[in-house]
Design a protein around this ligand. Sequence first.
Ligand code: NI
Length: 229
Amino acid sequence: MLLHIPALLNADELAHCRARLRDAQWTDGRETAGVQSAKTKNNLQLPRDSEACRELGEIVLRALGRNALFNSAVLPYRVSPPLFNRYEGGMRFGAHVDNAIRGILAGGIHTRIRTDVSSTLFFSDPDEYDGGELTIHANGNEQAIKLPAGDMILYPTTVLHSVTPVTRGCRLAAFFWSQSMIAEESRRQIMFDLDMQVTSLRERLGDADPAVLSLTNIYHNMMRQWCLL
Ligand code: NI
């Protein structure tokens, strides 16, 4: 499932992040790539241990916490600290695979996550650069994605993906991975569809309606069956 999450960041957060990213110190993005993907990766990244990366990462994580669509679609168990990248002057990232397991530092503790869902959050508006489409390669098709600043796309980490060369301007974005409480993508999709319908029914019928209560109960019982914690 590809899911567009509009306006993850509010206007103040977006303006603050953009100003911070403009003045930040960038390093070669190949430092965080695996051996195979490093060969096709050509971009700049904020150093993971920099103050800017930590501060902006917290803003993104706070925004995720309050976003119902993200939480319903991903059912996040763990989220990796966001990383920030910059493409300009022909920089690109060729088709590649993201590792299934990644070591992360969360709350000062080293742990590992299984990468189920990838997220890319755009900080540059589409008219600020040419190229730079996030391209999803699945089932012999390619889908190019370029969203307004502050918007985010979710896609399954199971697919090959790339970023086309940026031929004008500068593309700023954040990306991170989530481990879902439900590993299997089709089950995650069913839970998302069900949650969307229950939410819609609640708005029309109210929380106390017997059908709403019953479907909510079914949602939670399915979570008990399928969640891996
Ligand atoms: Ni990737």
